[in-house]
Design a protein around this ligand. Sequence first.
Ligand code: FES
Ligand SMILES: [Fe+2]
Length: 420
Amino acid sequence: MADGRMETRTQGTVEMSCAAAARRMTEPAPPEPADLERDLASIRVPLEESTTLPGRLYRDPAIFALEVDRIFTKMWLCVGRDEDVANPGDYLTRTIGSDSVIVMRDSDGTVNAFHNVCRHRGSRLLTEPCGGGLSRLRCPYHAWTYELNGALRSAPHMEDSRNFDKTAFGLHRVRLDTWDGFLFINFSPDGPGLMEHLAEMGSKFAHYRMGTLKRGKRLHYTVQANWKILAENYSECYHCSLIHPELNKVSHYMSGQTDLVNRATVGGWMDLRKDEYQTMTLSGQTQRPPLPWLPADEYRKIHYYIVYPNLLLSLHPDYVMTHQVWPVAPDRCEIVNDYLFDPAEVTKAGFDPSDASDFWDLTNKQDWKACELTQQGIGSGGYDRGRLSSLEWMVHIFDNFVADRLTGKTAPLPASRQTP
Ligand code: FES
Ligand SMILES: [Fe+2]
C-alpha cells in the first residue's frame, strides 16, 4: 500500500479507515508502466518521424502526480537568487505537489533549506512566498520555536515527555546548492550534486558572471496551461514570426542554433537582426552598455536554455532574464520572471529596466495566450498527436527528457539532421 500513513492494523490484516478509503477513491490511479511505454513510443524515434506527446500527458492528474514524484521532487529546482535571502532571517518558500520548502539565511550568513513542516504535529510553518527579519521561526500551532539554522530552540510544556531530546527535533533539511547566484533545492536526498548534474552547463556561461548580477525587476504570471506546454513553447521559434512580430523584428526567428544538449539542459542561441541592434527591446536599442566583462563576440547573441525542469534562462548582452515555472495543476502554472543586471546599472540614478521587461512582458503574454489555447485544444476530445517540424528539435529533446523521467528508462539523446 503506497500510503502507509492511512493504514490501521487489525489482527494481522491491513484495513483502510473509511476516511482513507474515501480519499483513495479520489486519488488518480498511477498509470501502468506498459501503457506509458506504449503512449511514449511515438516520440522514441528520430525527430523526423516523431509525434508530439499524447494528450493525457497534459491533462491527466495521474500523470501530473507522476511528474511531481519523478521529476519535481527528484531533480534540482531553481527557487530564486541568493539575493532573495540577502540578510539573516530572510526567507522564501516554494511548493510543488504536497511538498513545501523554506529557504532561509541563518544568523551565520549560511543559506539553508528545510521542509516547511513542524516537527511537533506537522503544521506548515510559513505560508508567505517570501519574507524577512525573522530572528526565530515559531510554529503557528503550539509555538515550537526553531533557530534560523533549523535547530529546535524551545518546545513549551514538553518537560514531562520522557526521553524527549530537543536536538533530535530540528527541521528536516532539504538539499540546497548554488550555481552562479541561483539557489537550487532538491527534495530527494539521493542523486548527483548540482554541479555534477549540470555538467557542461555549469561552466558554459561563467563569462557572464551571473553570480554578480542583481535583480532589477520581477514579474509574476499565472498561466492556464500545463508546464510542459510552456517548456515546449520556449523551445522553438517556429511560432515567432506569427505571434511575436516585435521579437521577430529584432531577432529573426530562423537565426541561431542549438548548441548544448545534455541530461540537465537543452538550448542554443539566436542573434540580433541588424548591426545597430543592441539587445532585446522594442526598438532593439538600450541605454545600457553590454555587461562590461562580456567578450565582444557575445554582443549580438541571445542564449536560451531550459535547465530542467523549471528554469528558463535567457542571456542577453546587457541583462539575463529567467523564468521559474511552478506547476500547480495539470492545467496551471505560476511563473516568476526575473531581470538581472550589472549591479552598477541597478544602482545608477534613474535606472529603468522597463525597456527589457516591457518587451518581454509583451512577448510573455503572447506566449501565454498561445499556451492557453494549446491547453484548451489538447484538453478537448479532438486532440491527437501531431507531427514536428525540423524547427522543433528542442521540443523533441524536451519531450524525450520527460519520457526518460516518467518511464525511468534513459534513452540515447535524440538524433537529428540538426545535430550541433
Ligand atoms: S504543530 Fe507545530 S508546534 Fe504543534
Ligand atoms: Fe514565444
